[in-house]
Design a protein around this ligand. Structure first.
Ligand SMILES: CC(C)(COP(=O)(O)OP(=O)(O)OC[C@H]1O[C@@H](n2cnc3c(N)ncnc32)[C@H](O)[C@@H]1OP(=O)(O)O)[C@@H](O)C(=O)NCCC(=O)NCCS
Length: 159
C-alpha cells in the first residue's frame, strides 16, 4: 500500500526520471523523450512555486503530482505514475490529492492539459473535456484540455 506525502528537494532528480519513464510508457521514441526532458525536469524553484505530492512505498517513489495556482484556478502541471505501478490506483489517489489540495487553496476550477493517451483516465475521474489547446511544451501539437469545477461539496472519495 502506498502513502502520499509532500516531495522533498533532495528527490527532485529522481522524480524527473520517474516522469520521463512514465511518459515513455506510451511508446514515444527516444528523440521525443529527449525533447521532453527540459519540460519535465523539476527545478528547486518548483518547491516554492507549486505543491508537489509523491506516492511512495517502502522508500520507493511510485508517482508524483504537481499543482500550480493562478487566481482561482489550479493547474495540474504533472501527474505521473511509475510504469511498474500503473493501474494500481496510484493515479487516482494523486488525482484525489490534487482535487482536495486545489479545493482547500480556494481554487474554483482544476485545469488539466494532458497527453492524449491519458485522456481516458481523466474522463474516468469525472473531468469534463473542453476541446484541445496547443501544447506548452511542443508548439504545433494539440493536447486535450479537461476541467473540473470545484464546488464546496466536491471532495474526492476517502479524503
Ligand atoms: C494517466 C495515469 C496517471 C493513470 O494512473 P494509474 O495509476 O495507472 O491510474 P489508476 O490505476 O489510479 O486508475 C484509476 C481508474 O482509471 C482507469 N484508467 C487508468 N488509466 C487509464 C487510461 N489511460 N484510459 C482509460 N482509463 C484509465 C483505471 O482503469 C481505473 O479505473 P477503475 O476506477 O474503473 O478501476 C498513468 O497512466 C500515467 O502516469 N501515464 C503516463 C504518464 C502520463 O501520460 N501522465 C499524464 C500526463 S498529463
Amino acid at each position: 500500500m502506498h502513502q502520499l506525502r509532500a516531495a522533498r528537494i533532495d528527490e527532485l532528480a529522481k522524480l524527473t526520471e520517474l516522469c520521463l519513464q512514465s511518459k515513455a510508457f506510451w511508446g514515444y521514441d527516444e528523440a521525443f523523450i529527449h525533447d521532453c526532458r527540459n519540460k519535465l525536469t523539476f527545478q528547486p524553484e518548483d518547491m516554492e512555486r507549486s505543491q508537489i505530492c509523491v506516492a511512495e512505498h517502502n522508500h520507493t517513489l511510485l508517482g508524483v503530482a504537481q499543482l500550480l495556482f493562478t487566481d482561482e484556478i489550479a493547474f495540474l502541471e504533472r501527474l505521473f505514475v511509475a510504469p511498474a505501478n500503473l493501474k494500481t490506483g496510484i493515479g487516482k489517489a494523486l488525482f484525489g490529492w490534487s482535487i482536495n489540495t486545489a479545493h482547500r487553496a480556494g481554487a474554483k476550477r482544476l485545469l488539466i492539459e494532458c497527453d492524449r493517451h491519458s485522456a481516458g483516465f481523466y474522463q474516468r475521474m469525472g473531468a469534463r473535456e473542453e476541446g484541445s489547446v496547443e501544447s506548452g511544451a511542443f508548439p504545433g501539437q494539440r493536447v486535450p484540455r479537461f476541467n473540473i469545477t470545484l464546488t464546496p461539496c466536491r471532495r474526492a472519495e476517502g479524503q
